[in-house]
Design a protein around this ligand. Structure first.
Ligand code: SAM
Length: 465
């Protein structure tokens, strides 16, 4: 049997049989080493023993700190918060403790309290660059972009060698439509760390939005030369028109874009008058006629779960599927889904034959070019008479064959003709496909299509009531 580790309360005590005894400072060192190696259970056990032996010693502050970090890494944020609260009550003068408390509160979906914690850290240590940066990120999530920009600028000025700070500044400026300044900030991040994939992506997308195509092309070519297999570079290069468009946005691209956006997604879209979830709900209300509460419903590309509340009343079981783990974390916090699956939509549908009465998909099929494969898989995943309601971006009927186009912003638009052909080819029945405004972008309305199609068979039937 492996020896157990025990932490001595005095520095001189000898080991019991089968037991290794450490001094507290050695124990902390051991805990950190285990933690670094990813042996989380063992590290947590060492930290807890230090805390049990000497709850108020200086080492216990460190043990509390590392245990809180460990809980945070394991997504056990309630426990992490209790630990950082204890640190703050023992040492209210430690700026790092308030900064960490802010990080945990942010993860717990309590951004206003996180803001207060970061501000406390900054009040104690005005040059705390990480706290300024974290404050900027949380303010972005709250949609307070002017303040976010100011906080990110302070972080970048205080720690000019850190590439993440100008990157976050670039994000805030871009969301505020201050595109030339955003490009400059992203460039700074890329100059500090040429392999910073997110900053490169931000820069490429901003240059494309600005219409600075030559610069964007040059930057994308350099990127692809350095990393020919990078899916984000490939997709953006295709979006810019530099190579043939893929059949759908690569999974790695989607994951990266939405993991990065997850925190600020809801605030960002509400500022753009985002209506896709509402349009899908209205389209479904027309065919489901009331909430039976007995249907098996899939939210396809559920994101942060904005469709969840309107789908829940129809559902005996509500499943969400999405490629982005961070979007799913936000969706889980709504507490309306029975099941959340991290995965690619087409593959997921292929694994669930005749599983759903309703599939709802708001603002997700615009990441697909050819709609044939996803409609075929949806047809197989629907029960007889099941319905599939979705939104798409409308590209008009003038779009040349095959009836869809990849745009510099990285999404596809479709013609109604392509949608209808893909629906029929999948063996689904074409229902109403209307036009609507999905949201605004750069002050301009984004034209959309809202469709409801049906699987062959009767009306969607409740499962074994
Ligand atoms: C613009 S968001 C919309 C989210 C949500 N439906 C809403 O209306 O708020 C698009 C979502 O689709 C997901 N997505 C895009 N392509 C996907 C795919 N092939 N498989 C699974 N999820 C995908 C993204 O990760 C993202 O969360």
């Amino acid at each position: 049997m492996a020896p157990t580790a025990r932490v001595s309360t005095a520095d001189t005590s000898g080991p019991d049989r089968g037991e290794v005894v450490f001094r507290r400072d050695e124990a902390l060192f051991l805990g950190i080493k285990l933690h670094e190696k990813g042996c989380f259970d063992e590290a947590a056990s060492v930290y807890r023993r230090i805390l049990a032996c000497a709850p108020d010693s200086p080492d216990s502050i460190d043990a509390l700190h590392f245990l809180a970090v460990l809980c945070h890494q394991r997504d056990a944020n309630d426990e992490a918060l209790a630990l950082v609260d204890r640190i703050v009550s023992l040492r209210p003068d430690l700026p790092d403790a308030h900064n960490n408390r802010g990080n945990v509160l942010k993860e717990l979906g309590r951004p206003e309290e996180a803001e207060a914690a970061y501000r406390r850290a900054i009040a104690l240590q005005p040059e705390h660059a990480a706290a300024h940066n974290n404050l900027g990120v949380v303010l972005q999530g709250l949609g307070r972009l002017e303040e976010a920009i100011e906080a990110c600028r302070s972080a970048a000025a205080l720690a000019p060698a850190n590439p993440d700070f100008p990157y976050n500044l670039g994000n805030a400026l871009r969301r505020h439509s201050r595109l030339p300044e955003a490009a400059e900030a992203y460039r700074k991040a890329v100059a500090l760390l040429p392999g910073h994939a997110q900053a490169r992506q931000g820069l490429a997308r901003t240059l494309l939005q600005l219409g600075r195509h030559a610069e964007a092309a040059e930057m994308l070519e350099q990127w692809l030369e350095a990393e020919p297999g990078d899916p984000v570079a490939q997709h953006l290069f295709a979006a810019y028109g530099g190579r043939a468009a893929p059949a759908r946005a690569p999974d790695a691209y989607v994951r990266q874009v939405f993991d990065e956006m997850a925190e600020s997604f809801d605030a960002h879209l509400s500022g753009l008058g985002y209506r896709a979830p509402e349009l899908v709900a209205e389209a479904l209300a027309g065919v489901l006629r009331g909430a039976s509460g007995l249907l098996r419903v899939l939210d396809a590309g559920c994101g942060t779960g904005l469709c969840g509340p309107s789908l829940r009343p129809h559902a005996e079981c509500l499943t969400g599927v999405d490629l982005s783990a961070r979007m799913l974390t936000k969706a889980a916090r709504r507490g309306v889904y029975d099941e959340l699956v991290e995965g690619e939509l087409t593959a997921f549908l292929g694994q669930r034959p005749a599983a759903f009465d309703v599939i709802a998909s708001a603002d997700t099929l615009c990441y697909f070019g050819d709609l044939g494969p996803v409609f075929r898989c949806a047809a197989a995943a629907l029960r007889p008479g099941g319905v599939f309601a979705f939104t798409l971006e409308y590209g008009g009927e003038e779009l040349p064959a095959p009836g869809y186009r990849l745009h510099p912003h990285g999404r596809f638009s479709h013609s109604r003709r392509h949608v209808e052909q893909a629906v029929v080819a999948a063996g689904l029945t074409v229902g109403p496909i209307s036009t609507a405004v999905l949201r605004t972008e750069g002050g301009q309305p984004v034209a959309g299509l809202v469709g409801v199609v049906k699987a062959q068979g009767g009306a969607p039937a409740p499962r074994n009531p």
